[in-house]
Ligand binder design. Sequence first.
Ligand code: G6P
Length: 613
Amino acid sequence: MCGIVGYIGKVNAASVLIGGLKRLEYRGYDSAGIALLDGDRVTVSKASGKVANLSERAHSNWSPELFQKATIGIAHTRWATHGPPTEVNAHPHLDGSGGIALVHNGIIENYRSLRARLEAKGDVFLSETDTEVLAHLIGDCDKGDLFQAVCDALHQVVGTFGIAVISSREPDRIITARRGSPIVIGVGDGETIIASDASAIVAHTQRVIYLDDNDIAIVTADAVDIRDLDNVPVTREIAELEQDAAATEKGGFDHFMLKEIHEQPDSLANAIRGRLDLQLGSSVLAGMGSSQRELAELSRVVMVGCGTSLHAAMVGQYAFEDLADIHAGVQQAAEFRYRNPILGSRDFVIAISQSGETADTLAAVKEAKQKGAFVMSLVNVVGSTIARETGRGVYLHAGPEISVASTKAFTCQVSVLLMMALRLGRGRRYSRDEGLKLAREIQSIPSLVQQVIDKGEMIAEIAAKYLDNEHAFFIGRGPMYPVALEGALKLKEISYIHAEGYHAAELKHGPIALLQEGTPVIAVACEGPAKDKTLGNVEECRARGARILGIVTEGDHEAEDVMDDFISVPRAHPLVATIPAVVALQIFSYHVARLRGCEIDQPRNLAKSVTVE
Ligand code: G6P
């Protein structure tokens, strides 16, 4: 979603800011803007569409001298919430005097009443945004001290924010603050960079400070002074970033999505490394705590997440019930807190999120903590809000995921959930022999995935047959049901083909009415207890003229025979097989989208991390 970059230091701010915005493009956005301090005035350039448009606009608006001399500025990529993605609605927004500029992530929920109050005082607004209201409010509070003005304004705000503010009257500082929307401050040598995401900082420095909720900082080129909103100083540690700049580049691939699909053997090896105990047939996940006894007392697992992470949770549900004999449930995170869930201290709540920033998942974590559950996270981005809010958790170690459509995060999430279920299971009825067998299978996941990736060209040829349909169905049973959901999500996200995932048995309860001659049905029918029934459902679709693409187990001729096309994946435990099966669907969707000429890495309207409810 929206991205923030701010710079104060010794080099020309505009290049750093535009470079930073480019590194945030992956988050999804539809307009962009930049504000520089030019002597004693603020100057702004904005454009709808891509950062490249903004860059062009800025170069035509501003003289080369200004580009060279301005060493302080703020910039933003906007994912429209209040008002369409027009130039006027793009950030930065100015206060009434034009001397203060603000960029903002999040939502000011009481902006209507604040705007009415300011309008009654004579303020005139140019945009439809909640952010412009906050800019005016800061201006209204400014009695000569920008820091105090921002504090006073934020005290009046209901909602979430990550902000950066500059003022022509205080050209030596940026004020930045957060509540519910991340801000990271990169501490360089004589320069400081602010961003909503470390990817925009990593090319400049590895030393960062993560703000906590309700922190506000006065940032100069040489210092970061952090207080709370009541002006009481707070101390935040400097952390070292683990990622390097190359990890956020395409490295010779046409798209980040393809790169990330190909990275999966490595990212899975990283997620699994050191976490299996091949003596005890169990797993060692430090983030789950060291006490088997504490885990044995848990009576239920509840997983929360959104999007792809929700699908990983659904695979996890099968794993926890199958391996650990424990009740396991999955709840869409947005629904969780509003339905007043019944939770207690024996409930094990796992918040699953690639970014660690999804607003609904974060809210679910807070609700689960409130109710006294045993809460932990399964997150990819180190130091993210959900990771810090839970305090306890397991990182995926998948490396930065840039493509909006999630791939490697999903397969790493499922692998880690399998290891968690294995550990819980070994504390219950799962025997050492069974545990050892599964642990060895988990260890082989990177090589299973590599075998599917090696079929890329063949999968591309199959994809070429499925380009012209506007609808597709994905079906599966058991743990392959969430794989079908994830396959459908991938296809619709990047190719814009309307794709729906269904439990194979559910097709008969309605969707089958939509099947016509040639309608694609992608059946995930790998070997496992439910395979024969899935093949039965495939026959029902064939009888109605559907064209069937099967994801089948290598050597399973019975399954191959009922499919029009098939992609075979290596034989594995039915839970483990979800991973190579989903990789086959990722590659299929990628090629369909590529051959249809779609943008792939930044699909229209989508955002990488959804930081609003
Ligand atoms: C967005 C992304 C999805 C992602 C979902 C949850 O919708 O486009 O790819 O699965 O958010 O994100 P999270 O970071 O919490 O896993």
